[in-house]
Design a binder for this molecule. Structure first.
Ligand SMILES: O=C(O)[C@H](CS(=O)(=O)O)OP(=O)(O)O
Ligand code: MG
Length: 239
């Protein structure tokens, strides 16, 4: 398990779970659940513009943020709330965010790559249990620093994957996430609301995003990365 500074060994021949609770992975899960055809994660304006220039303008929407605010000229910001059925249905979403889409870019050479958050926690755990041997969890974090909400989500996934019994040896990062989750699990909502990013979003009047993004297991979809885009896993296997 790691946050930022992903190395080749972290991804090669491994199943990688990228976690970004606030808010990119929660937005990706939501957009796909509400009917987006695909989410294309990008890292900068130039890459987003290049992809957009090759698409029919009615068939895509540009989404993303810098410093939490919608990027000028984009259709959507990074609040899951904006990704309504009417807006995303049948369209490609080009998503450009500060941390989550950067983590997806860093891990795109993984054997298997999925996006996770609290909304789809059990769906990810179930997929990993059934399909994966070697797993790396990458917490997107914030500005290359640890983000409490991502670490607690990693701890929840590990608790479920290990069935409440921590194996030995594990990495220091995994041990920390698992232990922290056990410390906070009885009042997880409170711990999450005390996270720096959560406090910051609350101060920006984004409290509704917190209510939504902290709902565990409420959107059971699996965003699966293939050919530079995230698709619903069932659409990949049935193709
Ligand atoms: O939109 C978000 O919540 C963050 C932006 S920032 O780190 O608060 O500037 O982006 P994300 O890539 O979803 O972590
Ligand atoms: Mg984040």
């Amino acid at each position: 398990m790691t946050h930022s500074n992903v190395s080749e060994g972290d991804v090669q021949d491994r199943t990688v779970i990228v976690i970004d609770v606030l808010r990119a992975c929660s937005t990706i899960v939501t957009a796909l659940e509400r009917g987006a055809r695909a989410v294309m994660p990008v890292t900068d304006m130039a890459q987003a513009g290049k992809i957009a220039s090759n698409l029919d303008p009615d068939m895509y929407r540009l989404g993303g943020e810098r410093n939490g605010e919608k990027i000028e000229g984009y259709h959507l910001g990074n609040s899951p709330d904006e990704y309504t059925h009417d807006v995303v249905q049948g369209r490609d979403i080009i998503l450009n965010t500060s941390n989550g889409t950067q983590a997806l870019e860093q891990t795109k050479e993984a054997d298997t790559l999925v996006a996770a958050c609290f909304l789809n926690a059990e769906r990810v755990v179930d997929f990993v249990r059934r399909t994966a041997d070697a797993v790396t969890i990458v917490c997107a974090g914030r500005q290359n620093r640890l983000a409490l909400e991502d670490t607690l989500c990693a701890g929840l996934l590990l608790d479920r994957l290990w069935d409440g019994d921590e194996p030995y040896p594990v990495t220091d990062s995994a041990h920390t996430a698992y232990t922290l989750y056990h410390t906070d699990r009885d009042d997880l909502g409170n711990a999450l609301r005390g996270a720096n990013h959560a406090e910051w979003l609350a101060n920006q009047d984004r409290g509704a995003d917190l209510d939504y993004c902290f709902r565990i297991d409420s959107v059971p979809v699996l965003p699966y990365y293939t050919e530079n885009r995230l698709l619903l896993y069932e659409d990949v296997v049935s193709a």
